[in-house]
Design a protein around this ligand. Structure first.
Ligand code: GLY
Length: 345
């Protein structure tokens, strides 16, 4: 696949989750802002976007949309993020999340255990504290003080199975293109990104979402269980504002997925926003930063996946991935679509 072309998957006749969704051929709408619009990572984003669209299509704020949207995925049992996801190597699910609005307000939580909606705790951090980030026990205490319920801490059936399987070898090796468990969304085989490795392992589990509302305001959210079977205490890029997520309402909003350590190294989401500020399109800006990561990682870039999705102030969107197999979901007045990201390898 050429790396300068945007590749759209037209889902015009594809039925997803019981109803038909419309595809589109071109996201750019010259001289007209494409709003409202929401985009999110992976095909799990199709469902998440529906949650966001319920807010956006009725004139709601992008901030509410990106919170409600990723909550859909956090709620999915045995799915990619939230308490149903894979645990760390000690058998505990630990969650990271961040949220940012159009006025540089932001909040995040890291290493949060037994709380169902880390994205909503991140929002409370943003709105109710003078801080940006709370982690671990303190984040959990804060969540409880805000009325969140302490969940059981039991692993989901899928996660239990995979953890027991992982324990047989107990090796941790980042593996590309497995940011989420198999989506509950039914897709035609040709639209499927790789879902599960032949050895049965899953690794990263993230959903990131950015939206532009009818008032012209951008916001973003990101929520994850991080790298599967990670070292206890590990934080990825998702709760780090500027790495996993960044929003500048004058320019655009960006969220990352993939190997968090390598997104942090280049302050990824912020770097993509800065490239858009210089005049690059969302796709060009994502590509610029992915190529920087490839240069830094050299041959080790073969072993990791990093992807960005970006939305600019005009509602134009784009993406770029280090490796083949990343896609993102779009929802606007044109309907719902899944877009295959261009890539280097
Ligand atoms: N990008 C998610 C993580 O590395 O934790």
């Amino acid at each position: 696949m050429g790396i300068n072309r945007r590749h759209f998957i037209n889902l015009t006749s594809l039925s997803v989750a019981g109803f038909s969704i419309k595809g589109f051929a071109n996201n750019a709408k010259p001289n007209k802002t494409n709003k409202p619009i929401v985009i999110s990572t992976w095909d799990a984003g199709l469902n998440a976007n529906k949650g966001a669209w319920a807010v956006l299509s009725t004139g709601g704020a992008a901030l509410d949309a990106v919170e409600k949207g990723v909550m859909v995925t956090e709620d999915e049992k045995n799915c990619c993020v939230g308490l149903g996801a894979n645990p760390d190597r000690d058998g505990f699910v630990t969650l990271d999340a961040s949220i940012m609005d159009h006025e540089f307000n932001c909040g995040s939580v890291g290493f949060l255990e037994r709380i169902k909606h880390p994205i909503s705790v991140a929002r409370k951090v943003m709105e109710k504290t003078p801080h940006v980030m709370l982690v671990g026990e303190g984040a959990q205490q804060f969540a409880l003080s805000q009325g969140f319920t302490l969940e059981s801490g039991e692993l989901s059936d899928d996660a239990k199975k995979e953890y027991l399987n992982w324990l047989k070898k107990s090796t941790y090796k980042p593996i590309i293109n497995i940011e989420r468990k198999q989506s509950t969304t039914q897709l035609d085989a040709k639209f499927q990104a790789p879902t599960k490795l032949s050895n049965g392992e899953w690794n990263h589990d993230t959903i990131g979402m950015v939206a532009l509302d009818a008032h012209g305001n951008l916001s973003g959210s990101c929520t994850t269980s991080g790298a599967g079977f990670k070292l206890r205490g590990r934080l990825g890029d998702s709760p780090i504002i500027g790495a996993g997520l960044y929003v500048d309402n004058e320019v655009g909003a960006v969220v990352a997925t993939g190997q968090g350590e390598d997104v942090i190294r280049v302050a990824g989401a912020s770097a993509v926003v800065e490239q858009m500020r210089q005049g690059k399109s969302p796709q060009e800006a994502c590509k610029f930063v992915v190529e920087r990561i490839r240069r830094i990682k050299k041959e080790k870039a073969n072993d990791i996946q990093v992807c960005f999705i970006a939305l600019n102030k005009n509602g134009e969107h784009g993406s770029y991935a280090l490796h083949k197999g990343f896609n993102y979901a779009v929802h606007s007045n044109d309907g719902a679509s899944l877009v295959e990201a261009p890539f280097i390898y």
